[in-house]
Design a protein around this ligand. Structure first.
Ligand SMILES: Nc1ncnc2c1ncn2[C@@H]1O[C@H](COP(=O)(O)OP(=O)(O)OP(=O)(O)O)[C@@H](O)[C@H]1O
Length: 237
């Protein structure tokens, strides 16, 4: 379980997160949505310890993670754009990360195999297409069997079959009791995999609901319309 309490972050004059308080429970897929620049990635990076909040707290299973490092091994992260040393081969990237985490056995090589990455092991990262780089990022995020996954626009750039493989993997890991946070703009995809939607607007929580509750409250069957209504945009539809 992750508890976020009154989280605030500013970059210069820009208040990116404002008093964000939210709880994420295990065994759930939560989609973090909101307009571009609303603070979704910043919130994810605060949980990952990549960005230090100005005030507020983040607790993982009751323990504050601020100024902690060890907890990071419990989180798998798939960034929006994976950056890897261009001259390293796929094989070397996987080997390097496995060498850094020798205690994890067995490794989860499910996505590695489904994406047929071993057949491309000798390709250099700098020579990969955007989608193949995404597959490497996805395989790495799940590989060390983390309890929590943070996936930033995970299917952007993936072909439909590869996106389907990833969605099935997300649901499989959820069924094992993992907590999965997904940043996405694709409502149909969110509807397929998520249980709950957290909506940020200008760094503040606009709503945080189960998909079912959101649809019931807005009296809309489609998530895209329910979200638009909940964001008070229904007049422009
Ligand atoms: N390191 C940084 N320094 C200065 N400003 C930053 C930094 N990182 C993010 N920002 C700003 O903070 C705001 C929120 O950015 P963030 O990446 O969290 O948004 P987002 O909701 O993930 O957006 P998107 O949907 O476009 O991915 C943006 O205005 C962005 O320009």
């Amino acid at each position: 379980m992750i508890q976020i309490e009154n989280l605030c972050k500013r970059y210069g004059k820009l208040q990116v997160l404002q008093q964000v308080s939210v709880t994420f429970n295990t065994g759930k897929v939560v989609s973090i949505i909101g307009p571009n620049g609303s603070g979704k990635t910043t919130l994810s990076k605060c949980i990952l310890g990549m960005v230090l909040p100005d005030t507020g707290d983040i607790k993982l299973n009751g323990q504050s993670i601020l100024k902690e490092h060890a907890y990071r091994s419990q989180i798998g992260y798939m960034p929006q754009i994976g950056r890897y040393p261009e001259n390293m081969k796929i094989r070397q990237v996987f080997q390097m990360l496995q060498d850094m985490r020798p205690s994890v056995h067995p490794l989860d090589e499910d996505l590695l195999e489904q994406y047929k990455l071993p057949a491309m092991y000798d390709k250099h990262m700098g020579a990969l297409s955007g989608g193949t780089k995404q597959k490497v990022s996805a395989a790495l995020a799940f590989m060390f069997n983390p309890d929590i996954l943070i996936l930033d626009e995970p299917t952007a750039g993936l072909d439909p079959l590869s996106a389907e493989i990833l969605k099935r993997k997300i649901l499989l890991e959820k069924s094992k009791g993992k907590l999965i946070l997904i940043t996405s703009h694709i409502m149909s995809e969110i509807e397929e995999v998520a249980d709950e939607v957290l909506c940020l607007v200008e760094g503040q929580v606009r709503f945080n609901e189960t998909i079912q509750a959101l649809k019931a409250q807005t009296q809309e069957d489609r998530l895209s319309r329910a979200v638009a209504k909940a964001m008070r945009l229904e007049e422009v539809l």
